[in-house]
Design a protein around this ligand. Structure first.
Ligand code: ZN
Length: 467
């Protein structure tokens, strides 16, 4: 970002910053003389007052494909308190005001599929900031560890700054799986029941199921999870199959694994039986099974891997994560395999959408060269490229996420009573989701992080890693 910073203007000083910036030529003067050329960085004072007002913003709806201009959005103690026309919402004295200049205020993003592969807590906490800097204020960790539960609670209480963490258990897999070294496999019904009980007692938000579970072990997991009231998420185990998964209470299905196993001639880049996919996703719609396509990681090409490896953004990512990428087994698909795989995922995304089944946005960040935070923008692009409207994709990235996380009615819209997790964006994200990459700042739980603040943090992280 090459933004001119205004001189040191303290927001506590009671004069009209808009008028000053207009005189300084930092912004258009609102007299119709032309578009806004520069957006001034507006860092929050420290400590930030409990009330923050976004003045003169266009509020982006996740329910329609329209945004509402000329609005003031009032945030108090982390919650949206009021939304209305500038003339009718009065801003309390002492509030910190972010001048919107007609920019777009949208709900922040949720990444529904991330992994923790950092080596240290310092790295992990840096990556939290990288998520926030990308507008991701909620993540679902899809292979949790016990130490993460404390992190989740520290973020909840505000002791630690980071995205809200929803944490699935370590993946429950049968013997012979690729992650057996980090998590012991589950081979018997008795082990399955005991493990689910332990994970539920430990405080995980979900039980994650994985590829190689035996059918009787899977059934035991389903049953035991129901006893403890803990929802099931994860892969479709190959020997269980998607139809069985659809008939039990598994909430989400990752990577289109179940669809591919049931309706493709080969797992990667096979020939898809479209009518079979249609039949299956119609069932998903009926039973409420959510699908997380993870198109970016699954269709990653070797060229895309090379670009990420050589890219500027890798410099912000923890060494532990980078080492995991280098040593990992996913380095992108070669030749036409990548484009065929992308076509297949795009087809399945369209079929999920047409059937009215639930779509989620998840990246697999922390695995397979998916960078924490940054990769969600590629996933949004990837789903739009499949043919969905930006409004549907943004709805998937927040409203659907809230529903699948069991927190509907708390986040995903810019309306009173909802969590103040917001992104201020220079252009209409309902026309082009790429505008979100160029945001002017992010609010997490009512705390405003201007672009300048976030960029400073990112540079400190990069310097700390010696990049
Ligand atoms: Zn994953």
């Amino acid at each position: 970002m090459s933004m001119t910073r205004p001189p040191d203007i303290r927001p506590v000083v009671a004069f009209d910053r808009f008028a000053l910036w207009c005189v300084l030529g930092l912004v258009g003067c609102g007299d119709g003389t032309g578009p806004l050329l520069e957006f001034p960085d507006q860092p929050a004072p420290d400590p930030q007052p409990p009330v923050v007002a976004f003045k003169d913003v266009r509020v982006v709806s996740t329910q329609t494909d329209r945004s509402l201009e000329g609005q003031t959005v009032l945030v108090r103690d982390g919650t949206i308190e009021a939304v209305g026309p500038v003339a009718s919402v009065s801003i309390p004295g002492g509030a910190f005001v972010v001048e919107g200049f007609g920019r777009y205020l949208m709900p922040a993003l949720t990444d529904m599929h991330v992994h923790i592969t950092e080596d240290t807590f310092e790295e992990l906490r840096n990556d939290y900031l990288v998520y926030l800097a990308n507008g991701v204020t909620t993540v679902r960790i899809m292979w949790g560890f016990r130490t993460m539960l404390n992190e989740r609670d520290s973020i909840d209480t505000g002791a630690l700054l980071g995205p809200d963490l929803f944490i699935a258990s370590p993946g429950m897999d049968g013997p012979g799986g690729p992650w057996a070294e980090s998590t012991a496999p589950v081979a018997t019904v008795a082990e399955a029941r005991q493990t689910v009980a332990e994970y539920a007692a430990a405080g995980y938000d979900f039980i994650k199921v994985y590829n190689l579970l035996a059918p009787d072990v899977y059934e035991a997991i389903v049953d035991e999870a129901a006893l403890h009231g803990i929802p099931l998420v994860g892969h479709v185990p190959g020997r269980v199959g998607i139809e069985r998964v659809q008939s039990v209470d598994q909430r989400t299905s990752e990577h289109f694994i179940g669809l591919k196993l049931a309706a493709s001639s080969g797992f990667t880049a096979g020939t898809i039986d479209v009518s079979r996919v249609r039949e299956l996703v119609t069932r998903s719609a009926a039973v409420g099974l959510w699908h997380t396509p993870t198109i970016t990681v699954d269709a990653l090409s070797r060229d895309e891997r090379d670009a990420i490896r050589a890219g500027h953004e890798l410099g912000f990512i923890a060494p532990g994560v980078r080492e995991f990428f280098e040593s990992g087994f996913h380095h992108g698909l070669t030749g036409s395999t990548a484009s065929r795989e992308r076509d297949n995922h795009e087809l399945m995304i369209r079929e999920v959408d047409r059937a009215g089944a639930g779509l989620l946005v998840g990246t697999d960040a922390g695995f397979g060269w998916m960078l924490p935070g940054f990769s969600i923008h590629d996933e949004l692009d990837g789903i739009v490229a499949a043919g969905l409207e930006p409004s549907e994709v943004l709805k998937a990235a927040r409203v659907n996420a809230a529903a699948a996380l069991g927190v509907s009615g708390e986040m995903g819209q810019v309306i009173p009573g909802f969590r103040a997790d917001l992104i201020l964006v220079p252009a209409d994200p309902l026309r082009d989701v790429r505008a979100i990459r160029d945001h002017d700042g992010v609010m997490v739980r009512g705390r405003w992080l201007s672009r300048g603040t976030l960029d400073t943090w990112l540079e400190q992280i990069r310097a700390g890693y010696g990049n």
